[in-house]
Design a protein around this ligand. Sequence first.
Ligand code: AHM
Ligand code: MG
Length: 318
Amino acid sequence: MGKPISAEELEIIVRAVASASHSLSDEIRRAGLLEHILGQEGNVNVQGEAQQKLDVVADRAFINAFLDCGIVCGIASEENDEFVAFDHEPSKDGDFVVLFDPLDGSSNIDVNVSIGTIFSVYRRVSPKGTAVTLLDMLQPGTEQVMAGYVLYGSSTMLVYSSGNGVNGFTLNPSTGEFCLSHPDMIMPENGRLYAMNEGNIQECEQGLVHYIQYCQSRDNQTGMPYSGRYIGSLVADFHRNLIKGGIYIYPAVPASPEGRLRLLYECNPLAFIAEQAGGLATTGRQRILEIVPTQLHQRVPYYVGSKLMVEKAMSFLG
Ligand code: AHM
Ligand code: MG
């Protein structure tokens, strides 16, 4: 891990995330009532996916919050082709870059299902006072100084870690404050929930097919088939598994040969939190946090969750 973030710096970033997510949470709660919020924006993002209006609203809210906080000198977002260097004072001299997915699970926006924001914070490696470079963004996940997510679920929660365990905060909508509701979150070592888009199973490698058969059999540690739970919003699936124990898998499939999820905006931050809570995150073969990124929008296969479950799944892949 890079030089730890100080308590003061941490507070500044947490406040930026809390303020953007509080206003976004309000918009999401009223989404069905606001014409400018629901539906497609009409653009296609760099991933080739149709942008939802809320994707764009969320992206702007977080960019502005990080721009205003004064210690972030640049950002990269899943919704933008290129990273953004903040070139005015005092941001220009900030020590940190933030990489984020402003609104994860966007296919669930229009159907009133939980969605989230995921973010990752690194110290810049380029000299202070110069413009940030791509190398500041392409650091391995082990260098994260902080990572977190916001879940816009039946309540809005902020969960983060700065390398010293994981804490969860619930938004009190009447005061606008996030209150510590889940201190010292620990992911159960084992579980009985598995999450994967099983529509893809016939296209997956044989080892994974056999692991899913194992999940559905009585051969596992519970003596009963595991329960399948797939929301299709990574943050929500991850959060449930963090609390209850479970595994989430997004493998390589022919339509997405590198998997669907983005290393920098989704996999690394949640891998950091998983490990801080005692869980594990791998590509099925390699620890996620040790991958040296080569591209901003790089995708990787993803196995994340309870330690023993991820290890078991990996044992099937060979
Ligand atoms: P997004 O960032 O465009 O929303 O894509 C990521 C999402 C994850 O939240 C979710 O787990 C996965 O894509 C769902 O993909 P699929 O519909 O292929 O199961
Ligand atoms: Mg996403």
